[in-house]
Design a protein around this ligand. Structure first.
Ligand code: V0V
Ligand code: CO
Length: 141
């Protein structure tokens, strides 16, 4: 069902400072920057590698407000790993399959994610405490 790790996401207070830190430390480059109002985040994608089934990234997240998912996470836990995202060929199909196994979906239908992707989140309490995202990457143009 999974093709790869699409991204691991890190919550931070200061996006620009963390972009600089991660790019310099790991010699990465920013391939996309977006504001996603629906998810309440300002974010950057740093490319790690390209593979046959798609690419992998570090996603850096700064909250747009304190009452957004990332804003609440920072208040409760501080900066750090926020979620892991798995690349899937068909997000709606993966949602159906996973939900049938009793894992709660946080989204009833796929939402818009980074770089034209379709995404959905799974409840951290049903997966050993890790917030998990499914990502169907945009079709290559
Ligand atoms: C909260 N909890 C987490 C967590 N956030 N556990 C692991 N990882 C996280 N990131 C725990 C929290 O400690 C509580 O446990 C429990 O879940 C309920 O949390 P809460 O603070 O009471 O509730 P909320 O209102 O903060 O909701 C938490 C959830 C929410 C996970 C339901 O954050 C959510 O819907 N997230 C999905 C959307 C999202 O995160 N978007 C931003 C990324 P205790 O204390 O009760 O034990 S956007 C993105 O990735 C994009 C656009 C992309 O990739 O393209
Ligand atoms: Co993400």
């Amino acid at each position: 069902m999974f093709m790869r790790i699409d991204h691991i996401a890190i919550a931070c207070h200061d996006l620009e400072a963390k972009i600089k830190l991660f790019c310099e430390t790991f010699e990465l480059t920013v391939v996309a920057r977006e504001i996603n109002e629906e998810q309440g985040v300002k974010e950057a994608m740093l490319k790690i590698a390209d593979g046959e089934s798609g690419s992998s990234y570090i996603q850096l997240l700064e909250p747009l407000s304190p009452d957004s998912p990332v804003g609440k996470f920072l208040a409760k836990r501080g900066e750090g790993l926020h979620h892991v995202a798995f690349g899937v060929p068909d997000v709606a199909e993966a949602m159906d399959k996973i939900s049938a196994k009793g894992v709660r979906l946080l989204d009833e239908r796929p939402r818009h994610g980074s770089m034209g992707s379709e995404i959905a989140f799974l409840h951290p309490k049903d997966l050993g405490g890790t917030l998990t995202e499914l990502v169907q990457a945009a079709a290559p143009r």
